[in-house]
Design a protein around this ligand. Sequence first.
Ligand code: DGY
Length: 318
Amino acid sequence: MKRLLVSRALPDSVMQVLRAEFDVTLRPTTQPMSEDEASAALMGYDAVLPTLGDGFTADAIGRVDEPRCKILANFGVGYNHIDVGAAAAKGITVTNTPGALTDATADIAMMLILMAARRAGEGERMVRSGQWTGWHPVQMLGMHIGGKTVGIIGMGRIGKAIAKRCHDGFGMDVVFHNRSNVADAGVPAKQLGSLADVMTIADVIVVAVPGSPETYHLIDAAALKAMQPHAYLVNISRGDVIDEAALIATLQAGEIAGAGLDVYEQEPHVPDTLKALDNVVLLPHLGTNAEEVRANMGMMAVENLRAFFNGAQVPNRV
Ligand code: DGY
């Protein structure tokens, strides 16, 4: 049996399958692997099933001369914690789990749009703290999203699923920014010439590009400045796609209406200055947190491992 390191416990159904087919070692922690652990894993195992935040950096991979590990079967669609170039240079295949989580992540985007625009976080805090004195016509007025314009940054699978929900479910107009030309966004949607155009026009911006060196701080101070004062910003991708300090300053200055965040630059650290703001909804990276979704992601990782060790075409090579 091949030796497999599983970096974090997965749903039981997935662990059972893995244990039946591999000699599994499960790390006894929910914390990400350090770079040292990553290097050691590359030497000690035939395969690793890593996930969010595990330290498979260029340095961690580069310092292993002849890795025993030949596949990193990532649990998750995002693989910004793995230096794919460094892995390729050492002959290590990297796979991910696209598709299994598209709808669940798009749902969280909708939840954040609604929670931010309709002030659900603030309202919940008010009720729980005993501050609610009763309904009245001008209490906690927010923004109705029907008929408004959503601007989607990154029209990949998840961007399209968000566009469909916004258009079909809420009657929103859809504009978007994407690096390459998108012939069919699935619903009527306009691809605009620049990021700034989308930031300027939209009432709600949703960030759905993958995290990578190319998208680091894509939403910077200038992009935030372009937003309208009544607009909301939602991020369900990776925290460092937004310049978090610039976002905090923008919110503190009241230059946009609010934000809904599922991801942060230094997870799990969420700056106190962000927590102090009432017009921000803060979720703990819940984009894929439905039991069946996590099980499906796990089974995709299993399929990738199986195909790899059977010498078959690996379905989700990145
Ligand atoms: C993903 O699949 O990328 C989620 O963010 C969890 O890592």
